[in-house]
Design a protein around this ligand. Sequence first.
Ligand SMILES: C[S@@+](CC[C@H](N)C(=O)[O-])C[C@H]1O[C@@H](n2cnc3c(N)ncnc32)[C@H](O)[C@@H]1O
Length: 194
Amino acid sequence: MAQYFDNVSLPSEIKKMSVSILSTTLELSTDHGVFSKEKLDFGTRVLLENLPLEEFSGKVLDVGCGYGPIGLYLASTTDCQVDLCDVNRRALHLAKMNAKANKLSVSIFESDCYSNVTEKYNVIISNPPIRAGKKVVYEILMGAKDRLVPNGLLFCVIHKDQGAKSTISELEKLYDVTILEKNKGFFVIKCINR
Ligand SMILES: C[S@@+](CC[C@H](N)C(=O)[O-])C[C@H]1O[C@@H](n2cnc3c(N)ncnc32)[C@H](O)[C@@H]1O
């Protein structure tokens, strides 16, 4: 069965929405075949509303960007150079449309996890694709280590019913880990690349 992260050829029915996150509003288009097309995902919202933006600098990568809420929010609220990537071409198309609609200068490219990532980043951030399976989620989260500068930061959000506790144990083997927030089962996690 096709899942949202496949490059499915579903009919297109673009829906526009205005999304407010704290004091920032983004105009975002979504479509069939992308994650959380009806409204901003609650896990994404909890992640964005609990980020220590003062710790963001340099280059940021949003892995599994979907239609772009995380990367575009960071491009609006920080001075960082923001890159966004995903495997889903429809999501990438929407993220590009959304960057343009919000007049944000970002780089958006197709990548299966880090397959097309060539640079090192100060910050990597993800609401990882749980439905793609643990292998992909771990590749995004543990694989960030090799794409972060020393002392670079990884931020992610995972629900307790989607393996948050075991994922945190694995992250602790590679990073200094802090739980920034717990909200309705969603854990917002900060990792420092030690
Ligand atoms: C939980 S969604 C988050 C989307 C968006 N960041 C948000 O917060 O609304 C995870 C995203 O990861 C993407 N994805 C799935 N498998 C991937 C892979 N192997 N490499 C990169 N992205 C992937 C999906 O297409 C989806 O857009």
